[in-house]
Design a protein around this ligand. Structure first.
Ligand SMILES: Cc1ncc(C[n+]2csc(CCOP(=O)(O)OP(=O)(O)O)c2C)c(N)n1
Ligand code: SF4
Ligand SMILES: [Mg+2]
Length: 276
């Protein structure tokens, strides 16, 4: 080892695997923002684990050079939580979509917020199940009409930020894939804030929700500055139209988890049991 300092650039955090996302998919910008954020924090790729469920957005771990786990639909948060408890030295980033996180994984979302383990959860919200060809998700607008749901579902929308705040998330922010630098800033703040950090990302599905391309004309960057007042955060969350970006809440609740312990040595008797 020469002892020279390693310079981290965003490209170090991307793998050689070429994304199979549709051209123009918002998830490309999230991958770029994640790579920028990790480079800014100068954390080594082998000290980061990216964990996901199933969906177009959940493919992200394979496109990074970090440790990755592309798991079971809706189960990314319990996997990431267990990993962080077992390996508190790792930076754990859990990623996925609105279907994965709020539908089949909805109960895990509540309890991950409540547990407040020190990890960052990035949800690429396109208000649709992209991978399975356009079914409505919990965040789909009540009257969004499609071949699979003519005239809309008629169901009211799930409100991830309100749920996150009420359930105990310690950091809540909204970013936009069309603003990768702003999104990278939010991811850095999320990772650096102890406890469970939730970053909602407006990430268009250009194939099944082409009208979302217009988000770039209507989102308002840098609208919120952090507050640690939960009542003020609730007021912001309930009065906002969902298109304003920034940190809506940054609390001070201590994270749950064991302190970082020195690596355990394997006892001789265990070595013997598993020796080949
Ligand atoms: C247990 C289980 N149920 C259903 C599916 C089918 N399935 C795969 S991805 C997906 C929805 C993905 O939507 P979202 O999380 O929003 O991701 P996107 O593709 O929009 O990024 C569904 C229902 C599955 N793979 N496993
Ligand atoms: S179907 Fe939608 S979410 Fe999936 S890759 Fe294509 S644009 Fe992205
Ligand atoms: Mg989706």
């Amino acid at each position: 080892m020469s002892g020279e300092a390693v310079v981290h650039v965003p490209g170090h955090y991307k793998s050689a695997v070429k994304p199979v996302w549709c051209p123009g998919c918002g998830d490309f910008g999230v991958l770029n923002a994640l790579a920028k954020a990790l480079a800014r924090m100068a954390v080594a790729p082998e000290d980061v684990a990216v964990v996901s469920g199933i969906g177009c957005s959940s493919r992200i771990p394979a496109y990074t050079s970090c440790y990755g786990f592309h798991g079971v639909h809706g189960r990314a948060l319990p996997t990431g939580t267990g990993l962080k408890i077992a390996r508190p030295d790792l930076t754990v980033i859990v990623t996925g979509g609105d279907g994965d996180g709020y539908s089949i994984g909805g109960n895990h979302f509540l309890h991950a917020c409540r547990r407040n383990v020190d990890l960052t959860y990035i949800v690429m919200d396109n208000r649709v199940y992209g991978m399975t060809k356009g079914q409505p998700s919990p965040t789909t607008e009540t009257h969004w009409s499609s071949k699979l749901a003519p005239h809309g579902t008629g169901l009211s929308e799930f409100h991830p930020m309100a749920i996150a705040l009420a359930s105990g998330a310690n950091f809540i922010a909204r970013g936009f894939t069309g603003d990768p630098n702003g999104l990278a800033d939010l991811i850095v703040s999320a990772v650096e804030t102890p406890g469970f950090s939730f970053v909602e990302v407006l990430s268009p599905c250009v194939t099944f929700r082409p009208e979302q391309k217009d988000w770039k004309k209507i989102v308002t960057p840098g609208s919120f500055t952090a507050t640690d007042d939960a009542a003020e955060a609730a007021r912001r969350i309930f009065t906002d139209d969902g298109l304003h970006l920034g940190v809506l809440y940054a609390g001070t609740r201590p994270p749950y988890g064991p302190p970082i312990a020195p690596a355990a040595t394997v006892p001789d008797w265990l070595e013997e049991v598993f020796s080949l």
